[in-house]
Ligand binder design. Structure first.
Ligand SMILES: O=C(O)c1ccccc1N[C@@H]1O[C@H](COP(=O)(O)O)[C@@H](O)[C@H]1O
Length: 220
């Protein structure tokens, strides 16, 4: 039995109050989204201002989707970051390139819809610092993540990988405890499940989510 509390990432922070709510609730990571079609999309300037508000203990993660070097160069120069999250179709070689170029830990997201998607996770073990096991977006979806959709957690029940991994996809304060129990995840990531509307974070839901993930009473 593992007594270390589950680490939580709150993704899609867009206001200083979101950063404060995530930190107050006990989240370990805060995510900033850089994807134009997302309701959580940030400019570099807005992200730099939010990053300045993040206390020690809240790791600042930048989520990008198939970003090129020019964008990543500007991002890393402008925003103090602790990790890059690659949420597009970046192949293992691109993950290795990004890791070498910026010297930041890289988390690679992989969408899971059915058992056929699981081998893809293995292809990133040698190059990524962490893996994000997310729900595969529906065909034709506008966003490659952040859709509030879960996958069948039984697909990964009892699975272990040689690098740290996070569970994501449609998690909510009501479902996260069951997701953790079924999968054995020690890290979870949420965006839509702690929002009152797309792109609008709710401090009470954030507190409830982190507490539920860690099996304790919320810190409000
Ligand atoms: O949140 C977004 O807008 C987003 C945009 C593009 C790629 C990924 C995005 N979010 C990530 O998706 C998962 C699951 O989100 P949800 O909890 O189902 O809404 C999570 O890792 C977010 O970081």
């Amino acid at each position: 039995m593992n007594n270390t509390p589950v680490s939580v990432k709150i993704c899609g922070l867009t206001h200083a109050s979101d950063v404060a709510a995530a930190a107050r609730a006990g989240a370990a990571y805060g995510g900033f989204v850089f994807f134009a079609r997302s309701p959580r999309n940030l400019t570099l300037e807005a992200a730099a201002a939010l990053a300045a508000e993040a206390p020690l203990g809240l790791a600042k993660v930048a989520l990008t989707v198939n970003a090129d070097d020019a964008f990543l160069d500007a991002l890393v120069a402008r925003v103090p970051l602790d990790m890059l999250q690659l949420h597009g179709s970046e192949p293992p070689a691109r993950v290795a390139q990004v890791k070498a170029r910026y010297g930041l830990p890289v988390m690679k997201a992989v969408g899971v819809g059915d058992a056929d998607d699981l081998p893809k996770l293995d292809s990133y073990m040698a190059v990524a610092d962490q893996i994000l096991v997310d729900a595969k977006p529906p065909k034709g979806a506008d966003l490659p993540g952040g859709n509030g959709l879960a996958f069948d957690w039984r697909l990964i029940a009892g699975r272990r990988w040689p690098v740290p991994w996070m569970l994501a996809g449609g998690l909510t304060p009501d479902t996260v405890a069951q997701a953790v129990a079924m999968t054995g995840a020690r890290q979870v990531d949420v965006s839509s499940g702690v929002e009152s509307a797309p792109g609008t974070k709710d401090a009470a839901l954030i507190a409830q989510f982190v507490a539920a993930a860690q099996d304790r009473v919320p810190t409000l």
